[in-house]
Design a protein around this ligand. Structure first.
Ligand code: ADP
Length: 578
């Protein structure tokens, strides 16, 4: 038999293992993610190095990851045909902690202990390979690097401070290249060795992995003849990691955007989100620097919740990956503010740990920066639609998601500059086609200093309201705010391009520019007493009765006080109270 060499773990690894074994960590299933991610990295490395050195991949063409779950014996085996490890790499990678993520974890752990805390720290940091010991009391890693002509076996037990390395000699276990990790599950964790359970776990964060319920059988299959194999594989659940099989099928977001066609983006959208309509727009980008991630975002063609439901509860619209491994699609404002929750897409981060949890997402600085960039890209994409030659596209967008953006005006002050140009309203000069605030401003006359609006429940009633008469006479455009949310949205913006929004139904509408002083003095003289008399008759029902310069043909108008609710708001409040 070959010599078995024994090695002591680096002190940090021992501490880490102690902690993993002894902590009552509730999220044990993260081990699968970590191991699949390592395997996936190993395939990536091989692929990458093979570009310059095709010799490396000559021994086995297929790049795949397979998982075998042996229910009877409580053993899980995970095989990849990736880069593998040499003997020295086994010592360096699995006996010491060189990796910054794990080192950070240990530091945080120390700080946390010093502070007397006992948080669920494993949940916050990837402990990678060692998370195997969350569920296994013995782990065997048999690995063959193309750089070495020997295959080595690393083995360790959960509660030991050492591991062993020996040469692999069992001919049944020799592989052309890659790594096989065998987890001998703890007595209480044997339930993980269930193909169905593994499949369910893996399904969330990877594409098809082969799950096999009998490793011995499958090994035999490989050596037996084809007919025998076919018979045997009947009871084997055959699933492959389809995007790992070849270069061409790598995830679309990792490809160069110049090489992806619109049809491919649309197809990915339809497949990923189970849609049958194409998106209105898409945006594929990479960010580098402080945080690194790749993303494809989409504007859906219709609002799934119905146009009137702006306050989408949680959606499953954003799929977060960490280094290609699916992490979650269960977000609640972490990556997009609520009002942009209609945006769909995938985000693949390089900086987050694999077992990132909801709490981390909420607190992480990285996530905050990601959110900022994602929001900016989403706005660019929407602006793109609005600038498109095809006006119908934006009309469609506005029809579906206009309310969301108005909600944004109320909730997201920081993005007012991006939101305002996207708004659309009917106006006294444009009753059938909505206009943008930019169009309004462009049409403004020299003496026209503010953006006038009136809130009502329809274009017709806005048009027939007595308020705008004077303005219409002067041909000053008035925006018609006909949706309940409009008024609050506009009031949140306060101004656009240095022009204040002014509610023409309010008392202090200043039309002094258009005043005729002499005429007014005469009117005042003539009707002053009439006003007093009306006020006396109406008593507390009105605050005051005044002579107004805003009317031209109607005899009188009821207006709200400067600081009071507008009539429209009162109507809304009443409707809600009722
Ligand atoms: P991380 O993956 O964060 O680097 P791990 O503790 O999970 O940390 O793994 C340590 C190292 O062991 C990896 O960086 C890699 O070099 C090596 N390794 C782990 N699993 C595999 C594998 N399946 N194939 C090749 N190398 C591996």
């Amino acid at each position: 038999p070959p010599p078995v060499e024994k090695f002591e773990y680096q002190a940090e690894v021992s501490r880490l293992l102690d902690l993993i074994v002894n902590s009552l960590y509730s999220n044990k299933e993260v081990f699968l993610r970590a191991l699949i991610s390592n395997a996936s990295d190993a395939l990536d490395k091989l692929r990458y190095l093979s570009v310059t050195d095709p010799e490396l991949s000559k021994d086995a063409a297929d790049l795949d990851i397979r998982i075998y779950a042996d229910k009877e014996n409580g053993v899980i085996t995970l095989t990849d045909s990736g880069i593998g490890m040499t003997r020295q790499e086994l010592v360096d990678c699995l006996g010491t902690i060189a990796q910054s993520g794990t080192a950070k974890f240990l530091k945080a752990l120390k700080d946390n202990k010093d502070a007397g805390g006992d948080n669920n720290l494993i949940g916050q940091f990837g402990v990678g390979f060692y998370s195997a010991f969350l569920v296994a009391d013995r782990v065997t890693v048999s690995t063959k690097s193309p750089k070495s002509d020997k295959q080595y076996v690393w083995e360790s037990e959960a509660d030991s401070r050492s591991y062993t390395i020996k040469e692999e000699t069992d001919p049944q276990l020799i592989i052309p290249r890659g790594t096989r990790i065998t987890l001998h599950l703890k007595r209480d964790e044997k339930g993980f060795a269930d193909p169905e359970r593994i499949q369910k776990l893996e399904k969330g964060y990877t594409k098809e992995v082969e799950v096999d319920d009998d490793p011995a059988e499958s090994r035999k299959d490989d050596q037996d003849d084809q007919t025998e194999r076919k018979k045997k594989t009947k009871k084997v659940v055959e699933r492959y990691w389809d995007w790992e099989l070849t270069n061409e099928t790598q995830p679309i977001w990792l490809r160069n955007s110049k090489e992806v066609t619109t049809e491919e983006y649309n197809e990915f959208y339809r497949k990923t989100f189970n849609e049958y309509l194409d998106p209105l727009a898409s945006s594929h980008f990479t960010t580098e620097g402080e945080v690194e991630f790749k993303s494809i975002l989409y504007v859906p063609p219709v609002s799934p919740m119905g146009k009137d439901d702006v306050v989408n509860q949680k959606t499953k619209n954003i799929r977060l990956y960490v280094k290609r491994v699916f992490i979650s699609d269960d977000f609640d404002g972490e990556l997009f503010p609520r009002y942009l929750s209609f945006i769909k897409g995938v985000v693949d981060s390089h900086d987050l740990p694999l077992n990132v949890s909801r709490e981390i997402l909420q607190e992480s600085r990285i996530v905050r920066i990601m959110k900022k960039r994602l929001v900016k890209k989403a706005f660019d994409m929407i602006l793109g639609i609005s600038l498109s030659e095809n006006r119908e596209d934006y009309e469609k967008f506005w029809d579906n998601f206009g309310k969301h953006l108005k909600l944004g005006c109320i909730e997201d002050r920081e993005n007012h500059k991006r939101l305002a140009p996207l708004l659309r309203f009917f106006s006294s000069q444009s009753e059938n086609d909505m206009i943008s605030l930019d169009e309004y401003v462009e049409n403004m006359k020299a003496e026209h200093k503010a953006i006038y609006y009136i809130a009502s429940d329809s274009v017709t009633s806005a048009k027939n309201a007595p308020f705008p008469e004077k303005l219409m006479e002067k041909e000053l455009e008035v925006l018609y705010l006909v949706e309940p949310i409009d008024e609050v949205a506009i009031q949140s913006l306060k101004s656009y391009k240095d022009k204040d929004f002014i509610d023409i139904s309010k008392e202090d509408l200043d039309l002094s520019k258009y005043k005729n002083e002499e005429k007014e003095a005469a009117v005042k003289k003539e009707f002053g007493q009439t006003c007093d008399w009306i006020k006396k008759r109406l008593g507390d029902k009105v605050a005051s009765v005044q002579i107004s310069s805003r009317l031209s043909s109607s005899p009188c108008v009821l207006v709200s006080g400067k600081f009071g609710w507008s009539a429209n708001m009162e109507r809304l409040m009443k409707a809600q109270a009722g």
